[in-house]
Design a protein around this ligand. Structure first.
Ligand SMILES: Nc1ncnc2c1ncn2[C@@H]1O[C@H](COP(=O)(O)OP(=O)(O)OP(=O)(O)O)[C@@H](O)[C@H]1O
Length: 239
């Protein structure tokens, strides 16, 4: 039984079909990349996995539980595309607020804040107001917030957008460490070199899942030397 099951999911915004009969399974403990150009439907699909949006048709189950579910909220960490942080508050205050929403006890919360800030290399900046953080620091703080309640599943919508290559590398090292702890990670991206770092990929285009497999498998199946080439081939455009 797969950890995540997306079954016949379709969705439209008004007359615009955004997802069309998506079927997808994701195994526990994997880093799964949802790759596709802007407007392909990546955010719509992850928002459905988190339970923010309901599909018009079909259903999603995670850990044998149908989304949306309160239990799933407790095991899922979500990082949206834009940072949801209080600018005038310090990182610590932001995390204390988020921890209180998850019902973490004061002593546990204190320990978790130290742990997650260390994980994202921001511990020295704990008391700094978020408005004094750089864009990359804010993304990392959002990641720390998503990790606060020790989720089994992390859903990250374009986590490295606007982040320089050095930091991006560091963030990917963090993903690998989290994976070693058994956490399943779903990451949306349109960056091809990031796609190569995922264990498995789902290629989304115009609301359809064009292909799924490990980067190596996809390249082999499509006789391509890069994921970019695979994408162009399955999308019907020869490179
Ligand atoms: N709330 C909404 N109301 C109407 N249309 C929407 C809404 N959200 C998304 N869309 C449309 O659905 C389509 C898919 O959007 P989505 O954000 O899922 O794509 P994406 O692959 O995540 O793109 P990006 O990489 O730019 O974030 C787009 O055409 C977008 O305009």
């Amino acid at each position: 039984m797969s950890f995540i099951n997306v079954k016949h999911v379709s969705h439209a915004f008004g007359k615009e079909k955004v997802l069309e009969d998506i079927n997808l399974t994701i195994e526990e403990g994997k880093i799964f990349g949802l790759l596709g150009p802007s407007g392909a439907g990546k955010t719509t699909l992850v928002n459905m996995m988190v339970g923010i949006l309901s599909p018009d048709q079909g259903e999603i189950t995670i850990d044998s539980t149908k989304v949306p579910s309160f239990d799933l909220m407790n095991i899922t960490g979500y990082m949206a595309q834009s940072d949801a942080l209080y600018q005038e508050l310090s990182a610590k205050e932001n995390l204390e607020f988020m921890g209180s929403i998850y019902g973490l006890k004061k002593s546990e919360l204190k320990e978790r804040i130290q742990h997650v800030m260390k994980t994202v290399n921001l511990l020295p900046h704990l008391d700094k107001p978020v408005e004094q953080y750089s864009g990359g620091m804010k993304r990392r703080l959002s990641l720390a917030a998503a990790l606060l309640h020790q989720p089994k599943l992390l859903i990250l919508d374009e986590p490295t957008v606007g982040i320089d290559p050095v930091l991006r590398k560091e963030i990917w090292e963090e993903f690998r460490e989290l994976q070693q702890q058994g956490i399943t990670i779903i990451v949306t991206t349109h960056v091809m070199d990031e796609a190569d770092k995922c264990d498995e990929l789902g290629l989304l285009r115009d609301g359809q899942l064009m292909a799924k497999g490990s980067p190596g498998e996809l390249k082999e199946q499509h006789h391509a030397s890069s994921i970019e080439e695979v994408f162009l081939t399955v999308g019907g455009v020869e490179s």
